[in-house]
Write a protein that binds this ligand. Structure first.
Ligand code: FES
Length: 311
C-alpha cells in the first residue's frame, strides 16, 4: 500500500486563536497535493519518534495547499511545543497521508458538535454539507471566545453555527442538539474525551460519528499471550502479554505502517483473515468492530488463541 509522503514548506503560519496556530503547507516545487475529503488527517513527522496527526481544515478543492490547526498543549508530548516554538514560515516539514477515519456520509441533515481544536475536521464538513444542500447546525464550544479558532469563517454561516464559550454560556447544551433528532440526521462530533463520552451517552446508536484525538478509556479483557500468523510473509509469531501485535510484527522484521501507536489514527489498520480481534482502538465504529474484518494492531489483541492477519 503506497501512501503519499513528502517534505512540504510552511507557506503561512497564522494565529488562529489563543494557543492555536493555523499552518498552511505547500509543496516546495508547487506540485499538486493528493486529494482529500472532509474528515481527513495527515501525519506530521516532526522528528524521530515525534509524529502527530492533524486534521485538514482548508478547502479540499485547493490542491496547492493543506491547512492544519495546531493547539499548544503544555501537557502534550512535545509535538505542539515544537510547532509553536520552533517551526517557522519557510521551514520544511515531512508529512504523510492523507487518511480519513471520519468521512462525511451523505445525509439530508447533520448536527455538528465541536469542542476546542475539534473544530478542525468539522470546518470542511460544514462547507461540504452546505454545498450538498443539507440542513445542518453546528454547536461549537471552547474555554473562552478568544480560544476558539476559525470563528470568523464560521460567521459566514449565520445562525446555523452557534458559538458557546464556556465562560459565557457554561457547558454545551447537548440536549438542544441531540434530543428529538429528526429522521435521517447524522451527528458528527470531535473534541475532548469528556465531550465525546457525553455525546455518545446521549446520541442514539448508529447516528453518531466521532473522531478522538486522545485514546478512549477502554474496558479491556486480560492481556494474555496469543499466536499471530502473518499470511503473506509466512511468519507465525507469539504475541506475549504486555507486548503489542505491532511491536511483535516489527521485531520479526516485517514492515508495517504505523503512527500514533495508541489506537487513534488508523494508520496500522490491518485485515484480519481468521480469529476474533479484541478491539482496543478509538477509531472503528461498533459495526466495524462487530464485523472483525480489520483491527488496529498497535493496541488491539485477540479474543482467543490465534489470529491470522493479511501481512
Ligand atoms: S498506529 Fe495509530 S491506530 Fe495504530
Amino acid at each position: 500500500m503506497s501512501v503519499y509522503e513528502a517534505e512540504l514548506v510552511v507557506d503561512r503560519r497564522e494565529h488562529a486563536a489563543d494557543g492555536v496556530l493555523a499552518l498552511t503547507l505547500r509543496h516546495p516545487l508547487g506540485e499538486e497535493l493528493p486529494a482529500w475529503e472532509p474528515g481527513a488527517h495527515i501525519d506530521v513527522l516532526l522528528g524521530p519518534d515525534l509524529e502527530r496527526q492533524y486534521s485538514l481544515c482548508g478547502d479540499p478543492a485547493d490542491r496547492q495547499v493543506w491547512r492544519i490547526g495546531v493547539l499548544r498543549e503544555p501537557e502534550g508530548r512535545g509535538g505542539s511545543a515544537y510547532v509553536h516554538g520552533e517551526l517557522r514560515q519557510g521551514d520544511k516539514v515531512r508529512v504523510r497521508g492523507p487518511r480519513n477515519n471520519f468521512a462525511l456520509e451523505p445525509a439530508p441533515r447533520y448536527r455538528f458538535i465541536a469542542g476546542g481544536i475539534g473544530i478542525t475536521p468539522i470546518l470542511p464538513m460544514l462547507a461540504a454539507a452546505e454545498a450538498a444542500g443539507a440542513q445542518w447546525t453546528l454547536l461549537y464550544g471552547g474555554r473562552t471566545r478568544d480560544s476558539m479558532a476559525f470563528t470568523e469563517e464560521l460567521g459566514a454561516y449565520g445562525d446555523k453555527a452557534t458559538l458557546a464559550p464556556q465562560d459565557e454560556r457554561g457547558l454545551l447544551d447537548l440536549g438542544s442538539v441531540l434530543d428529538d433528532l429528526p429522521e435521517g440526521t447524522l451527528v458528527y462530533c470531535c473534541g475532548p474525551g469528556p465531550l465525546l463520552d457525553a455525546v455518545e451517552e446521549r446520541c442514539p446508536r448508529g447516528r453518531l460519528r466521532v473522531e478522538r484525538f486522545q485514546p478512549k478509556d477502554q474496558k479491556t479483557g486480560p492481556d494474555s499471550e496469543f499466536e499471530v500468523v502473518l499470511e503473506r510473509t509466512g511468519h507465525t509469531l507469539t504475541v506475549p502479554e504486555g507486548v503489542s501485535v505491532l511491536d511483535t510484527v516489527r521485531a520479526a522484521g516485517v514492515e508495517v505502517l504505523f503512527s500514533c501507536t495508541e489506537g487513534t489514527c488508523g494508520t496500522c489498520e490491518t485485515d484480519v483473515l481468521e480469529g476474533t480481534p479484541d478491539h482496543r482502538d478509538s477509531v472503528l465504529t461498533d459495526e466495524e468492530r462487530a464485523s472483525g474484518e480489520t483491527m488496529m494492531i498497535c493496541v488491539s489483541r485477540c479474543r482467543g488463541e490465534r489470529l491470522v492477519l493479511d501481512l
